[in-house]
Design a protein. Structure first.
Length: 201
């Protein structure tokens, strides 16, 4: 894998176990794992730290679980809710893109390798509204948990944004060839940022 992958360093740590990225409102959350002969116990995040850093409440309303098989790619999806995501099984390449036209970091992309495998980060991501996320299965199946602060049925669908994963302005270097990917019809037909926000170009 030759694209640049995010690495949490001490210089990026905002609070114990929470690290900033180049995208405003996107943070890596370190996983604390304690192992013994029986297995392990892990702390996957503390909501009070996220609230202190964002200055906003993060009250979990719904917990979602998805499974993606080998070579499945989902993205790029942004919603009008805050979420904490983490991989529990498998390895995912996950590109995150700022698709908020008013943001100072609009169009920026940060790449992660998440999950349990060589070179993968075991922690999770806190994703603010308007940041598009993705899952590209490198070692499947990938089990993906996300905790969100709105009920799906109560969300504002106007906040749902799907951007083409092949957008040339995002220039994401996917680790799979396009013909190898298993992609939904929605994602295949997603528009580019230039089509969605022409005034920004």
């Amino acid at each position: 894998m030759f694209m640049k992958l995010y690495e949490p360093t001490k210089e990026l740590e905002l609070a114990e176990g929470v690290f900033k990225t180049s995208i405003k409102g996107l943070w890596y959350v370190e996983r604390k794992q304690f192992e013994d002969e029986r297995g392990y116990f892990a702390e996957v995040g503390h909501t009070h730290k996220l609230e202190n850093l964002s200055g906003e409440e993060f009250k979990v309303k719904q917990i979602n679980h998805s499974q993606s098989k080998q070579n499945v790619v989902r993205g790029m999806h942004a919603e009008d809710w805050k979420k904490l995501i983490f991989v529990t099984t498998g390895v995912s390449f996950s590109a995150m893109a700022d698709v908020r036209p008013e943001s100072d970091t609009f169009k920026q992309v940060v790449n992660f390798k998440l999950g349990f495998g060589e070179g993968a980060l075991k922690g999770g991501l806190f994703i603010s509204p308007g940041i598009a996320n993705s899952v590209c299965v490198l070692k499947g199946p990938v089990e993906y948990i996300y905790l969100v602060d709105k009920l799906y049925k109560d969300r504002d669908p106007a906040g749902d944004v799907a951007v083409s994963m092949f957008d040339k302005d995002l220039a994401i270097e996917w680790p799979l060839k396009r013909e190898e990917m298993i992609i939904s019809k929605r994602d295949t037909e997603a528009v580019t940022l230039r089509e969605k926000f022409p005034d920004k170009f």
